[in-house]
Design a protein around this ligand. Structure first.
Ligand code: ADP
Ligand code: SR1
Ligand code: MG
Length: 408
């Protein structure tokens, strides 16, 4: 089928032709409503007119960047990678990924499970909601998706096949290279330039060559280290959550990249929320919960990743009888420490890019009071700088938590 950008009317016509969708709705009449609040795509809810509880979500990519407009072209092939990633991640851990009911690479769209009782996690965190299962869920999701798509679990040929399947997501990888690692740290038209003009903190950041040198190292890792299949944009806006369940949505930036990048994205966004509660709500109880959450996620991730590894005596990396148990255990300990170090470095870049770069986060850019917003920006840049400057020297998870606590 030839690509056509849908609207609420043509979406109904399109869906009526899809057997599996009409089967889901028992051939009921359907309503379509647009709900997208993301930066890139259009998202619609499809509801049965007879039974409002029966609903699905349709997400379609358009050949431009939605939050800027048609003057910023961006290939809609990104949906091909979102579809592939949703299916791969669902296979690894179905309870954390919306089920796909229909997908069309030609139409650049996916129809998936409607997460009716869940909210975008960023919103919950801003309202100081505590999610008791989140550390358990997200550590399992990250350990499983990263481990099982890496050369620690896969055979050499399967790993290279996986790289091939995602290697074409070039435009979104380039977007991250530009927006996360470059433009946000220099004068650039895409930045939040009203805020950058005459801003001594922005000028200081743009001239901080020690920081920028380390960012280059991390950008190089992002571009060249093909460890595992990443979500690629794992911020708290890509997580839908309630008291009991956690779902990871929106993997259109998926590619085979460094282990630490998804963990770093999550860490950065939790720390941005910590900053919001330091500057705006001054909610000390919630801040302590966030720090414990970060500690728990990183500890549980490390344990689960190593546990998965115990089962895999042979893989692309390990050849049976190659080395004794003690040597392998030492190797694994260093391996996990290096993942944590890289995660910290990536978290620093991800935090700093949200200060003056395009697409800020609500916790900082959304602060209405200019004085408080500036305080939040300064705090974000201080923590980000610590992360980027010290990422190679931390020795444990406690070092990370202390770093966050001690910067103000
Ligand atoms: P974008 O790629 O444009 O960022 P997202 O995938 O983040 O789009 O979706 C935009 C919004 O649509 C989300 O913030 C969420 O509110 C809603 N949404 C997306 N997928 C679902 C889903 N499966 N169930 C319910 N709401 C969803
Ligand atoms: C212009 S696109 C900006 C950002 O939105 C996405 O969620 C990614 O984080 C991207 O960098
Ligand atoms: Mg999104």
């Amino acid at each position: 089928m030839e690509y056509k950008q849908l609207n609420t009317h043509s979406a109904i016509e399109y869906l009526k032709q899809i057997k599996e969708i009409m089967k889901f709705f028992n051939n009921d009449d359907i309503n379509v409503e647009e709900i997208g609040d993301g930066n890139l795509n259009f998202v619609y809810i499809i509801k049965s007119k007879n039974d409002k509880a029966k609903a699905l979500v349709l997400k379609q990519a358009v050949p431009y960047l939605r939050c800027v407009g048609e003057e910023f072209p961006l290939s809609r092939e990104r949906m091909t990678y979102e579809i592939r990633a949703l299916k791969k991640f669902y296979k690894i851990f179905p309870s954390f990924v919306p089920k796909v009911y229909h997908a069309s690479e030609d139409m650049s769209l996916v129809v998936m499970e409607f997460l009716d009782n869940h909210i975008i996690m960023r919103k919950g965190l801003i309202e100081a909601k505590q999610y008791k299962n989140f550390a358990e869920h997200i550590s399992t999701y990250m350990a499983a998706t990263l481990f099982y798509t890496s050369s620690l679990a896969l055979k050499s040929s399967d790993k290279r096949k996986l790289i091939d399947e995602f290697n074409g997501n070039t435009e979104l990888c380039k977007l991250t290279e530009d927006l996360v690692f470059s433009f946000a740290f220099m004068q650039h038209e895409t930045n939040d330039n009203e805020n950058v003009l005459d801003n001594e903190n922005a000028i200081k950041l743009f001239n901080d060559m020690d920081f920028k040198k380390n960012v280059l190292e991390l950008k190089y890792k992002f571009m060249n280290q093909s460890d595992a299949l990443l979500h690629g944009d794992l911020h708290t806006g890509s997580i839908m959550i309630n008291e009991n369940e956690t779902y990871i949505i929106d993997p259109e930036f998926a590619f085979i990249g460094p282990f630490g990048f998804d963990i770093g994205a999550l860490l950065a966004n939790l720390v941005n929320n910590y900053i919001y509660h330091t500057i705006v709500t001054k909610d000390e109880i919630y801040k302590s919960w966030l720090l414990e959450l970060i500690r728990n996620i990183l500890e549980k991730f490390s344990k689960k990743f190593l546990n998965f590894w115990v089962e895999y005596k042979e893989s692309a990396l390990f050849v049976k009888s190659y080395a004794d148990e003690e040597t392998l255990n030492e190797y694994k300990k260093d391996f996990i420490l290096n993942i944590l170090r890289d995660s910290l470095g990536f978290a620093g870049c991800k935090m700093a890019r949200r200060v003056y770069g395009v697409a800020g986060v609500e916790e900082i850019r959304g602060i209405k009071n200019h004085i408080l917003r500036k305080e939040a920006e300064v705090m974000a840049l201080s923590i980000a700088r610590e992360f980027v400057m010290k990422y190679k020297t931390i020795n444990n998870i406690n070092n990370i938590v202390e770093m966050i606590k001690n910067v103000r």
